[in-house]
Design a protein around this ligand. Structure first.
Ligand code: WT7
Length: 652
């Protein structure tokens, strides 16, 4: 058995625990036991208590067609009504969204404001664009409140939104538009970043050609820079919205009607459209907000993610609004004008829960170690992290310098496919260990299994799985049932039955704590964003001089993982200047995917280590990239000498 290091334990803050929703480990265990004893009773109970049903559900869980499961069958509801209408009775004047722009401009949007904004937006989509229930709408937007209105307006009329992160290129946007067969794109002229305008509309223009399924483009004017308008296709939101009624009846949706698609990278092929449906998703978004962040009625909660990623969906928009919380939306860059920006915002808005990614913590630490001292951070109660394993030094700085050694750190483990947190500390209950996701949340049957489906022994790395379907589980890969089954339910079986496998490795310590060790597949995690090596390779291969390429992840001080590419050029390419060639290849990546996929390292080699059957041995390439000694058996390679050649080349 391999030894794992014993980690120190930090007890929850006693004052905090007193009023927490889950106050201690006994309460946590009681909930987990209740779910184990009566799984459907547990979930059915919460679904009745937490959601407003237009028609009650009659069948809590239908697993007969596993993994195509159905939760809350017969139930009817509308997610936008969950997030807005039901709060109007007691919270109509409460801030729903507090917006802070890049240049410090602020807006407070109350629940009543939000109601009118979303209703008008919904009427616009229906009346002017003919958007109907089930239609797909792509949202390509900056971090402005209109992004949230757009999402909720789609939910209100039953349209399925698919947000594409604003950093993706026109090619990437085009692929996602086409895969989803979206008929409308909602975008902005652009927005502001570091005090300067930047543009989005031109990227949308480049993504739509004559064959595009997109017939209408709605443009929110944010920075008022010049854009080109295509007559009959492009419309100004600011103009159209003026004449819209503030009342739009929410569409009656089935519990399992799709709510949104979100494209994410897999280990092979093109990105997959992860599908989330209505009731199960919104239930777990709300419950995890309540349990994991323990947001109270008068609290102000801030998650720094972008709406282009799942964190922005569940923990900026849907979760906080479903529970009636105040959520902060930030357009800017956290290190601008200096690395004290977030702490200044914490002081000014008296933020109580702050949720960010390890890469952001590392950058804020590195660029502004002493910045937190300049601000009053005493309002903070819970600090969250998400997206990748956090390293102990970053954890320590977060805990001490930001949290004043009194805030719980919730290291929330989840993924696009899980809809919400699945393994995470509970701030008033769980004694935390640095850089450790701790335990499955109540109701989530998460287990580390070995390849035979047996529970992994303490200290031995296994596969992070969930053995029963849960309400916010992915419902499908858009347009590809086979890929859905194969990607998530193909690898691990427990008692002969397939279980959900996350793609991550994990390990139990002697106290049963779960530490996530990272992806076990060819997916790399760059600054908390998932990137398929296959996608980056496909982009690089588009450069005419490239014969072959292999991409691996390499540890990176700030980003967690960086992208390392081994490129074999065509023998007749006649490349003389390697520096220029790297630039040219990166340009192709920029065009195909976007800046987030640019390579940190690129080396030109004469070949790649392959097995006799032609499979590239990425494991060896990962070791070489890290500068590790090669201990693997390379005798089975087609040409073992290639390894030495690459190693020698990199030494130079
Ligand atoms: C992958 C999911 C979940 C929202 C943001 C990313 C990694 C996520 C943690 C954590 C260690 C983590 C996993 C996972 N990951 N949270 N707390 N500790 N690793 O969503 O793009 O779907 O990526 O992020 O590898 O599979 P995503």
């Amino acid at each position: 058995m391999s030894q794992i290091e014993a980690k120190p334990v930090f007890q929850p803050n006693k004052e905090f625990s007193k009023t927490a929703r889950i106050k201690n480990m006994c309460e946590y265990k009681a909930l987990q036991d209740a779910a184990t004893e009566d799984y459907e009773g547990f979930w059915g109970g919460y679904a009745k208590e937490k959601l407003d049903w237009i028609e009650p559900f009659t069948n809590t869980l239908d697993e007969s067609n596993f993994p195509f499961v159905k939760w809350f069958g017969g139930g009817k509801l509308n997610v936008s009504a969950q997030c807005i209408d039901r709060h109007l009775e007691f919270r109509k004047n409460k801030a729903a969204i507090i917006f802070e722009g890049d240049r410090g401009d602020k807006q407070v949007i109350t629940y009543l404001d939000l109601y009118y904004k979303v209703n008008k937006f919904a009427n616009l989509l229906k009346e002017d664009f003919g958007v109907k229930k089930g239609d797909r709408v792509v949202i390509y937007m900056p971090m402005i409140p209109e992004a949230a209105y757009a999402m909720l307006a789609c939910a209100r009329i039953g349209a399925i939104h698919s947000i594409v992160f604003g950093g993706f290129s026109s090619e990437a946007l085009k692929d996602r538009i086409e895969d989803a067969e979206a008929k409308v794109v909602i975008t902005a002229d652009g927005a502001y970043r570091k005090d300067k305008p930047y543009m989005l509309k031109p990227v949308v223009d480049a993504a739509i050609d004559a064959n595009s399924p997109v017939k209408k483009v709605l443009v929110i004017e944010r920075n008022n820079e010049d854009v080109t308008w295509v007559a009959g296709r492009d419309y100004s939101y600011n103009e159209l919205i003026k004449s819209k009624s503030g009342k739009c009846e929410p569409e009656v949706m089935d519990a399992e009607d799709p709510l949104f698609l979100l494209y994410t990278s897999g280990s092979t092929g093109k990105p997959k459209g992860v599908q989330h449906n209505s009731a199960g998703y919104i239930l777990w978004a709300q419950m995890t907000m309540e349990w994991v962040f323990d947001v109270k009625e008068n609290d102000t909660y801030w998650c720094t993610a972008d709406v282009g990623w799942i964190t922005g969906h569940t923990y900026i928009v849907y979760g906080p609004l479903a529970m009636g919380a105040t959520t902060v939306m930030f357009e800017g860059v956290i290190t601008h004008p200096d690395a004290g920006r977030p702490w200044k915002m914490v002081e000014e808005h008296k933020i109580n829960q702050f949720y960010t990614a390890p890469t952001a913590i590392r950058v804020l630490h590195k660029m502004g170690e002493h910045e937190p001292l300049k601000y009053d951070l005493s309002s903070l109660k819970v600090l969250g992290t998400v997206g990748e394993p956090i390293d102990p030094p970053a954890w320590k700085w977060y805990y001490e310098a930001i949290g004043g050694s009194k805030c719980a750190i919730v290291d929330t483990y989840w993924q696009t496919e899980t809809g919400g947190h699945i393994v995470s500390p509970i701030p008033g209950a769980t004694p935390i260990k640095p850089a450790c996701a701790t335990f499955p949340l109540p109701g989530i049957m998460a287990e580390i299994l070995d390849e035979n489906g047996e529970k992994s022994p303490v200290g031995e790395k296994g596969l992070m799985c969930v053995t029963r379907p849960w309400p916010s589980m992915i419902r499908g890969v858009w347009g590809d049932e086979k890929r859905f089954v194969k990607s998530y339910f193909g690898d691990v079986k427990k008692d002969g039955k397939p279980v959900y496998f996350t793609g991550d490795g994990a390990v139990y310590d002697a106290d049963g704590y779960i530490t996530i060790t990272g992806r076990t597949d060819d997916v790399i995690n760059v600054s908390g964003h998932r990137m398929g090596t296959a996608e980056v390779e496909a982009a690089i291969k588009k450069h005419p001089n490239v014969a072959e390429v292999a991409v691996v992840g390499k540890p990176h001080e700030i980003k967690g993982e960086g992208i390392f590419a081994y490129v074999v050029l065509k023998s007749d390419s006649g490349v003389a200047d390697e520096v220029e060639e790297v630039k040219a290849i990166n340009k192709v990546i920029q065009k195909e995917i976007g800046n987030i996929a640019l390579c940190d390292d690129m080396v030109f080699t004469s070949g790649l280590p392959k097995t006799r059957s032609g499979k590239i041995m990425r494991r060896i390439l990962r070791s070489i990239a890290k500068g590790e000694e090669i201990t693997q058996d390379i005798s089975t390679l087609e040409d073992p000498s290639i390894v030495e050649k690459i190693v020698n080349m990199l030494r130079k």
